[in-house]
Design a protein around this ligand. Structure first.
Ligand code: UTP
Length: 409
């Protein structure tokens, strides 16, 4: 049952969003219908939160959480790897590629995974990731189900691209796509922008929605049928990361943790990465801008920095425990550049942030789980994120790291 125009007007009035019907009379019948439907399904109750951004960011009491460091990993490598390979061969491991983001900082209109980092040949970001996963498939002698999360904004392009490239040699049977949900984007007053006369500005609702979206897409049934117990969630932009890494999987299983998190040693106390910690005694991640001066320089019992391991968005979740997670994830209200119609109805693509997007983040899942193993990896071998075109965490820096690791560009 869809809402009538009157009901839509009531909803808009309730949330102070009447401006969304500004061009209603100019629209075709079809566009009118689409707009009313979009308004109906948009959750406007969350928007008010943008007036309370600071209170929402309150954290609990932060204390250190020790990471498993390279020396310990090296000493147990064979045993961890054997445990991980056994889980993979038993079909117990799946992977989720988070590729629903807009990659606005990179500034390409295509999905980020379609970006070509090659210089003398084509080498796409998706291809790098699949190559990395294929290493494990070969080592284990078993395929690993790969779930790819997209959004309304990039689904078609992503699916078409991967199909055209025959999934870069991956078995099509083991690749599954699902779409995440969208959320409205607003100006600084919490008023939703229009991106067309008959369309609200929306953006993907953050990478924290992956589990719900996987479920809504019916893929959780498949996860159960296939007997997948562990899910390695990873970002699209780190071209060096090891995916479904047997040693990491084995370590998490042997340590009896319900989530593992790959971490790198910070390059400096004030490096801009989220750091693993305990918050009110539970595993958590403290963002770099939440780290106090005191925490930055705090030392552990060995005299090493106590908050020294940054997350790289590569987590291994025990699937059963995700199902037990009851509380909804906190909202992050992030300043972003949002294309919008100005007073004259012209589309503007702003150069600087002009409003808020509403997102939930995968890192907040950690705090709802009972135990987490921070697992150290060598930064120069496993961390080459592509956020920007040049400078820090860019195409340029990732290319240097790829070459250093023997990848021909
Ligand atoms: P980022 O926050 O770095 O990516 O997300 P972004 O939003 O695409 O980039 P900018 O800020 O606009 O430049 C880290 C990972 O989470 C995924 C991204 O695709 C990336 O793999 N992500 C992000 C989603 O899957 N969905 C989202 O809604 C947001």
């Amino acid at each position: 049952m869809s809402m009538t125009l009157e009901q839509v007007k009531d909803k808009l009035e309730k949330y102070g969003q009447q401006h969304l019907l500004k061009y209603y009379d100019e629209l075709t019948q079809e566009q009118k219908q689409a707009l009313l439907e979009q308004i109906e399904i948009t959750d406007m109750s969350i928007l008010e939160a943008c007036h309370h951004r600071e209170e929402m960011a309150q954290k609990g009491v932060i204390t250190p959480l020790a990471a498993m460091q390279l020396s310990e990993i090296e000493a147990n490598k064979e045993s961890f790897t054997a445990t991980g390979l056994e889980a993979i061969r038993g079909g117990k491991v799946g992977a989720v590629l988070l590729a629903g983001g807009m990659g606005t900082r990179l500034g390409s209109d295509d999905p980020k995974g379609m970006y070509n980092v090659g210089l003398t040949r084509n080498l796409y970001i998706f291809e790098c990731l699949i190559n990395n996963l294929m290493d494990v498939v070969k080592q284990a002698g078993a395929w690993i189900h790969l779930f790819v999360m997209t959004s309304d904004k990039n689904h078609e392009a992503t699916v078409t691209f991967l199909n055209e490239h025959n999934f870069f040699g991956y078995s099509a049977e083991y690749i599954h796509f699902f779409k995440q949900e969208m959320a409205a984007a607003t100006d600084y007053e919490g008023k939703i922008y229009l991106e067309e006369k008959g369309k609200l500005s929306t953006s993907p609702n953050g990478n924290g929605g992956w589990f719900i979206s996987l479920k809504n897409a019916g893929l959780l049934d498949m996860v159960h049928q296939e007997g997948i117990e562990w899910i390695n969630v990873f970002a699209v932009d780190n071209v060096l990361q090891r995916i479904a890494d047997p040693c990491f999987i084995g370590a998490t299983i042997q340590k009896n943790c319900v989530v593992g998190s790959k971490v790198v040693r910070k390059s400096a106390p004030d490096e801009k990465v989220g750091v693993m910690c305990l918050e009110d005694g539970r595993p958590s991640i403290v963002e770099y801008y939440e780290l106090t001066e005191e925490m930055m320089h705090a030392k552990d019992a060995n005299g090493d920095p106590a908050y020294n391991f940054g997350v790289i968005l590569n987590y291994l979740f025990k699937e059963k425990d995700l199902e037990k997670m009851m509380a909804s994830l906190p909202l992050h209200i992030v300043e972003k550049k949002i294309p919008y119609l100005d007073e004259n109805g012209e589309l503007v693509k702003p150069e600087t942030p002009n409003g808020y997007k509403f997102e939930s983040l995968v890192l907040d899942m950690i705090h709802q789980l009972d135990s987490c193993l921070p697992f150290e990896v060598v930064r120069s071998k496993e961390f080459a994120p592509i956020k920007n075109k040049t400078g820090v965490d860019s195409v340029d820096s990732a290319r240097l790291l790829l070459v250093e690791n023997g990848v021909v560009l």
